[in-house]
Design a protein around this ligand. Structure first.
Ligand code: NAP
Length: 239
């Protein structure tokens, strides 16, 4: 029987964990790449720090082992580039080493993992990038993140062009303010700030990770969205 597989980065928590659960519900096998192990039975975990380019190359074999079983069963692979790094910094004094670390994690790692996974991806497979509202908009004091998330969008568009004719489609899902550790940590775990953010959203609340997981699942399984940018933000109120 064909075995469909989700290969995902960052399923140890947040949007990635919700996405792994969503695909499991649809019968997919799940292979996760992150530093810590997801608390989710049935996931094949390959411990990996994607901020380390050499470590990614060294993970080529376990990734190939996990994906070769899919190829043998004529199943499809959904590759979701979800892991991300958000930090506070400014164009005024962002050290080159910090920009490199964020670009490696958010942009270069997905490009490296694409090259490891593509040989095992049959027609019907897909690559879904997780961008951000900040893939198409700038805000102050998140220079490396804004820069990297714009580049994620470029990588998705380049993927669409380079993979034309392969039967593999790609899209970029751009979450708005989602209720995860990343957002909480970014605002110093201050509930008042989170409540204030929610007032700027048309539904008056933060997005739940499961809602983004649903958008990722929909994008991954509908090739008509090839090359699409999907803003999943509940409607941000423009000031
Ligand atoms: N939350 C939001 O409001 C929001 C808004 C827009 C876009 N996004 C995007 O959505 C994606 C998921 O974010 P989230 O909110 O779910 O974040 P999160 O709760 O902080 O989870 C981040 C995930 O990425 C993994 N990760 C981070 N650095 C890694 C590294 N160096 N190597 C391997 N894995 C790494 C983490 O795993 P380990 O720590 O176990 O390695 C974790 O599983 C990110 O791309 C983020 O930019 C989030």
């Amino acid at each position: 029987m064909a075995k469909n597989t989700l290969l995902i980065t960052g399923a140890s928590r947040g949007i990635g964990l919700a996405t792994a659960k969503r695909f499991q519900r649809a019968g997919y096998g799940v292979v996760n790449l992150s530093r810590s192990q997801p608390d989710l039975p049935g996931v094949e975990h390959i411990a990996l720090d994607i901020a380390d380019a050499e470590a990614i190359q060294a993970a080529a074999k376990p990734i190939a082992n996990a994906l070769s079983q899919v190829g043998n069963s004529a199943g499809s692979v959904v590759l979701v580039h979800n892991a991300g790094l958000l930090q506070k910094d400014s164009v005024r004094d962002l050290p080159a080493s910090e920009l490199q670390r964020v670009l490696q994690t958010n942009v270069i790692a997905p490009a490296q993992i694409n090259q490891l996974a593509l040989p095992f991806m049959q027609p019907g497979s897909s690559i879904i990038y997780v961008g951000s509202t900040l893939s198409e908009k700038g805000v102050a004091n998140t220079c490396s993140y804004v820069t990297s998330k714009h580049a994620v969008l470029g990588l998705m568009r380049a993927s669409c062009q380079d993979l034309a004719g392969s039967g593999i489609h790609t899209a970029c899902v751009c979450p708005g303010f989602t209720h995860t550790e990343m957002l909480s940590n970014h605002v110093g775990n201050d509930q008042r700030v989170l409540d204030d953010i929610a007032t700027g959203i048309a539904y008056g609340r933060l997005i739940e990770p499961e809602e983004i997981a649903e958008a990722i699942f929909f994008s991954a399984t509908n090739p008509v969205l090839n090359g699409a940018v999907l803003h999943a933000n509940l409607g941000q109120i423009e000031s």
